[in-house]
Every structure is written in structure tokens, then in C-alpha cells.
Design a protein around this ligand. Sequence first.
Ligand code: TNX
Length: 527
Amino acid sequence: MRKSIVLKSAMLLVGLVFFLSCGTDKKKIDYPKTDLTTSALIPKPLKMIATNSAFGLDSKTVIYTDQNNNGFQEVGDFLANKIKTRLNLEIPVNNTADVSVERIIYIHQTDTLESDAPEAYQLYIKSDSILLNANTAAGAFRGIQTLRQLIPEQSNDTLSEQPMWLIPTGKIDDAPNFEYRGAMLDVARHFFTVEEVKKYIDILAYYKYNAFHMHLTDDQGWRIEIKSWPKLTEIGGQTEVGGGAGGFYTQEEFKDLVAYAAQRHIQIIPEVDMPGHTNAASFSYPILNGNGKTLEAYTGTHVGFSTFDSRKDTVYSFLDDVIREIAAISPSPYFHIGGDESHATKKSDYIHFVEKVEKLVQKHGKIMVGWNEIAQAKISPSSVNQFWNEPHNAIKAAENGNKIIMSPAKKAYLDMQYDSLSKHGLHWAAYIPVDDAYNWDPESYVEGLSKASILGLEAPLWSETISNSFELEYLAFPRAIGYAELAWTPAELRDWNDYKKRLVGQVAYMNYMDINFYRTTLVNWEK
Ligand code: TNX
């Protein structure tokens, strides 16, 4: 079966190449000299070789993909779609009807790459063809982001009768350093609409992120519909920091977000934060409350005052329902239980709670993820620990066999201000200017933590001080672009001065996407 698919693809390719070489009216184009290795690619690929000519992307270009129901066709469609909206250029996908074809982009499944990482890819860019090889559709998808970044803003209108965008020729061999490359958005402190979330996901995809963690609940709001406990959103969804209207996602809307992300080969990891950070839940259903105090809606920014009653069976019946309903609409293998800053929960209650909730998460077929405090409990080695502030808990978790997601607040928190003049953000962990955000190594940040224990990197964006895309983007960009490189590119290939230049190369995209990025003076944006 497999062999016949490979054979079919190979024959198609041979046919295409033959077809191209037979084109009688094919013009020889005198491409200008290029240098692939100086392209403004972020994350920087593992290996690049320049062959100094160009591929002319124009209306005589077509995309072909494997058509074996393996997701490659969708990747081709995605590329064609982006080319259409960005360049106003219509490129057919897997449609051989048009005989004036002169150049092809062929997106091909192969098992012959140097790397067997699912997201590895290889790009051969020649004058009349681009061959993108990948192990999986996810790899092909990462590869087309590289290709998108290679398409210049301006077309060259002198080389042919129609506009032509020149892509430098050469070879790229690429694979990610970490399998988990995430960003988190807190939609609980302030609500973000489906459209706002989609815009963020779209930008993250361009920089090869593959995980989007949604902090769906906190003291100030509950943002996901739970059909068996409707007051969570009827009451708990109606508040946010500062007294605004809040909001929530229906399960249909959440599924829509999951599908949108999946189309970009990004998984959405849902987080229900507990046993602390639960005022909105307990205010909706007071039976859950464990802090003994009178409940009120909370619209401030303090943490650590709320807790579920970890000794009450009802709490676990409730969580069984919540986790079941979310797990049913969430294809990610992970379910995040929060577990941070439970200052109002007695330590013994906290441990009891985490151990019981881990069982519920597993019962619904998911791997538990929690903030670094969960290492205090006795949890299974398969669970994942997200390091934010306590290295000893990350080390303890690693010793227990847990994988670690690196999110050190002092380096990776997107809600930290750039400096004391920053319009939005907090600074309890640090000020994080754009160079500091880039100049550290997730692999050696926690002494004694080996690479084998690190699942990857995640950049959290807490939303106490931001409430819309404009403010979100001010904090996230350009730093989130740097974190994409820290997660993808190995340390020995990273260099701030080189990165800075490539970051300037992102301005065209950021302007096109209308991203309100922070114009740090550390970077010469004018160049
Ligand atoms: C700490 S980091 C928190 C959040 C806040 C954030 C603000 C973590 C696991 N908990 O509740 O929003 O600081 O920077």
C-alpha cells in the first residue's frame, strides 16, 4: 500500500518534470543573483545552501501535492490561499487543466529526510520548481511558512509580462529543536473574541508555533460553556478585570477555534485553573467554595484568595463533568489544570486535590499539565510540569519523570513590561526588553535540568492589563517572534545581532497583518 503511494507520487513528479521540460513556449528568464542564506527567516532554519538564482512565482506557477488523504492537499490549499490574499495571485492546486504552466511547487510526503521529526521538512528551490519534502503534513505546513517568508513584498515587473515574485534558490534542511512550541493567552482576566484569538493564532502559525494554551478560567471570569453547569457562563462569564462585560465561548465556538488552529497544525490546550483562581466558578456555584468567605464577583487583579473545597465530593463530581465536556471537544492530548498560586488551600488539601484531579484527567483520556506547584503532589510520570517560578519544583518533576514546559516568568512572560515606560504589562518578575527576551537558553536556564526532560517552550500572556488585539499585540510582538526562534532553532545558531536584522525583515508582514508591535529602540526598524 505504502509502496504504491510512493510510486504514484514519484510517477506524478516524473510526469510533471517531463511536462515542464517539454513546454515549447517556455522562456528562458535571466534571473538576478540572490542569496538564500541572507533571507530574513524566523525561526532560522538548521541548514541553508544558496544557489544564487531565483524561482519566479507568477500566474504560470501551479501547486501540486500528494493526494493520498494525508493532509498534504490542505497544506497546498493553505499556501494558495495565502498567496491569493497577499499577492492577489491565483495559483491552482492539483489542477492540470491549464497548459501554460511553467513552474511548479510540489509538496510531497517522503520518508527519506535526515530527520524523522514529524515537523522536519526540506525545501529544494530551483529556477523552475520548488520541491517541499516532509514526513507529515505538519512538516509540510512548517515548510510553507518558510516559503511564505521568502516571498518578497514587491514583484519584479520587468522579467515577464505579468508580475513575478522572486524567491531565492537553494536548499533548506530544517527541523525543530523542541517538539512543543507554545503561546498562552489568558482570556479570563479579560475576554478576547473568537476573531481576536484567531488573528493571534494566525500570526503564531507564521512563526511555526504548534501549541496554543488557553487560560479559560480564573477569579475574574469563566469563559467556556459547560452544558451540565450552565451558571458558570451565565454568571461567571459576565465579569472581567475592571468591571467590563466579560464573555465566553460556546462549545461550538470553541470547536471552531480548535479547527482553525488545527488547520494551522496548532493544538489548543485548554486550561481550567484550580483549586485556586476559582472565584468565578464558586460565585456561580457556591457549593464549590472552600475559603469560607462570602462570595462576590471579582474584578480586581489580586491572586491567591480563592479555593475549591478539596474535601467535598461535589467538587469532584463537578470537575468530572467539566473535564468530560471539555475533553470531548478538545483533540489535544493535554488538559491543563492550572494548580498555581493556591495560597488559600492548605498544602495537604492541595496535594489531595491535584492527585484526585489527575485521575479525572486521565479517566477522560488526557495527559495532565499543571503549573510548577503540582510537583508537590505524587503524580504519574506521564503528566507535564510547566515551569514558571520555582526551579526546585521543575527539578523535582523531572526526577519524577515528568516532562517540563519552560515558561520562566523572568524571561518568557509576554505580560512583563519592556521597561518602566511600557504602556501595558506588569513587572513583578522583571522588565523584559526585546533583547533580554531573546538572549537566554531554555535548555540551560534551570541548572540541573537536562534537555531530555524539556518538552519545549511556552510564552504566556496574562491579561490583567490588556483587553483587545491592539494591546495584546503591543506586549506579544516582537517578543513572541523571538520565542519562536528559541523554541525552534538550536542555541548554537542563534545570535542577537543576526536576529535583529531578520526581525527588521518582519516589518512588512507585521504591517500587512496590521500588528501593533512595540517599536523598541534596540532595533533599527528604518533599515
Ligand atoms: C502569576 S504565572 C500568575 C497569574 C498572573 C501572572 C501575572 C502563574 C502561573 N500565575 O495568575 O496573571 O502572574 O504576571
